[in-house]
Design a protein around this ligand. Structure first.
Ligand code: NAD
Ligand code: MG
Length: 381
């Protein structure tokens, strides 16, 4: 009985955020120690006897047992496929390995795939789920802050090719997302901060209150306070749900596109520094957002005080805010070359997300190469 009461207590602390889309809806469950509940949650949703778990090796070593114990509790049998950690895993080669394994081990149309891990695991597993047998049920159990606030919600799945990131993929929504903040206890602090940048970004896009909340409580998130983490994830997912609801397939220039605030410049920095950990995606997004605010202030579009606040907050958290502050000297012309290969180029012009202030974004193709060059030089190139 004590055990049951303990579990009920934990369940009570679970926050549930519904995501309602035109053809489907699902819940994001957020809370501390809710991985223990995954088995019962899944069996209350889908009548399944078996699941496939795809997990990266790091995460499997830390959290797979908790998941499999909960599946045992719910009398769900499982098979596990381990993938190596790191961005390189999101490849056609690994996609082939994973789907072959699923098929060889007899996956059926109704057998769910559970992704246990960060965005890399979620994106690869989601694409495997979308395409194996033309689609099997998909369950997201994100274990990085980035995947809990961003990649596990919204249905984008995919892999990289030698030409670029995320160029092959599918929109494929999960049946349920289970975000256990306790799994973040083992996440390296640098990864946590990088994920936090995407929460701040959400506030900068169209939610001043969220940004203010971050200014006030961001430090608690970095200290991995479970209560603040739960609230932050809920706020960020609610924000993302609102955006994707109106633009599930990224067809509207004012919809999902806005989620890319700071990302064109961010991707450019990542490409220049190489995807080898010298700069994490969220770090690049933080710096990318700062650059956009600086650019917009220079262009007379955004008050300097807002730009100052943004820089102030990212720097208080320990995220990069200027090119000058980076350990590597960068060349403005190299950065501009990368920028021209961005996915968001339309009719030869880059679609930028610009700002009139915190929480006030709009899209524009009016930024000139000269504006960008000057920005990069002034910022330390
Ligand atoms: P990741 O999946 O590579 O995880 C980062 C590192 O943390 C890995 O080494 C992993 O093994 C480790 N890790 C994960 N959880 C851990 C835990 N609880 N404890 C200890 N270590 C843990 O990286 P990420 O930042 O989660 O995701 C990045 C990927 O997400 C990129 O490929 C990006 O393209 C993708 N992404 C997708 C979307 C989308 O909408 N689908 C959105 C944003 C990002
Ligand atoms: Mg991002």
């Amino acid at each position: 009985l004590t055990q049951i009461l303990f579990l009920l207590d934990k369940v009570n602390q679970m926050h549930i955020l519904p995501i309602k889309l035109s053809n489907t809806s699902y819940n994001v469950h957020i809370g501390s120690h809710i991985l223990q509940q995954a088995g019962p949650l899944i069996s209350s949703l889908l009548s399944v006897k078996k699941v496939f778990i795809i997990a990266d090796e790091n995460v499997a070593a830390l959290h797979l047992n908790t998941l499999t114990d909960s599946l045992n509790l719910a009398q769900i049998s499982y098979e596990t496929i381990l993938i190596p950690p790191g961005e390189n895993t999101k490849s056609i080669h690994n996609y082939e390995i994973v789907t072959n394994q699923l098929l060889e081990r007899g996956i059926e149309r109704k057998t769910p795939i559970i992704a246990l891990g960060g965005g890399v695991t979620g994106d690869l597993s989601g694409f495997a789920a979308a395409t194996t047998l033309r689609g099997v049920p998909f369950i997201q159990i994100p274990t990085t802050l980035l995947s809990q606030v961003d990649s596990s919600v919204g249905g984008k799945t995919g892999i990289n090719t030698p030409t670029g990131k995320n160029l092959i993929g599918a929109f494929y929504q999960p049946e349920i997302v289970i975000a256990d903040t306790h799994t973040l206890d083992t996440l390296p602090i640098r990864e946590l901060k990088a994920g936090y940048a995407e929460i701040v970004k959400a506030g900068l896009i169209d939610d001043v209150e969220l940004f203010e909340w971050c200014e006030k409580y961001g430090q608690y998130i970095i200290q991995k306070d479970q209560k603040y983490l739960t609230t932050a994830i809920e706020k960020a997912c609610a924000f993302k749900a609102r955006i994707i609801k109106n633009d599930e397939y990224e067809q509207n220039s004012k919809g999902r596109n806005l989620l890319n605030l700071g990302h064109s410049l961010g991707h450019t920095l990542e490409a220049e520094l190489g995807y080898d950990g010298r700069m994490l995606h969220g770090e690049a997004v933080a710096l990318g957002c700062c650059l956009i605010f600086k650019l917009c202030t220079k262009m007379g579009l955004c008050p300097e005080s807002d730009t100052h606040r943004v820089i102030q907050h990212f720097s208080a958290i320990g995220l990069p805010t200027s090119i000058k502050g980076l350990p590597t000297k960068l060349s403005a012309s190299n950065l501009l070359t990368h920028l021209k290969h961005d996915k968001k180029v339309k009719d030869g012009k880059i679609l930028f997300i610009l700002v009139n202030g915190i929480g006030k974004t709009f899209t524009s193709q009016e930024v000139t190469e000269n504006d960008l060059y000057q920005l990069l030089i002034d910022d330390g190139c």
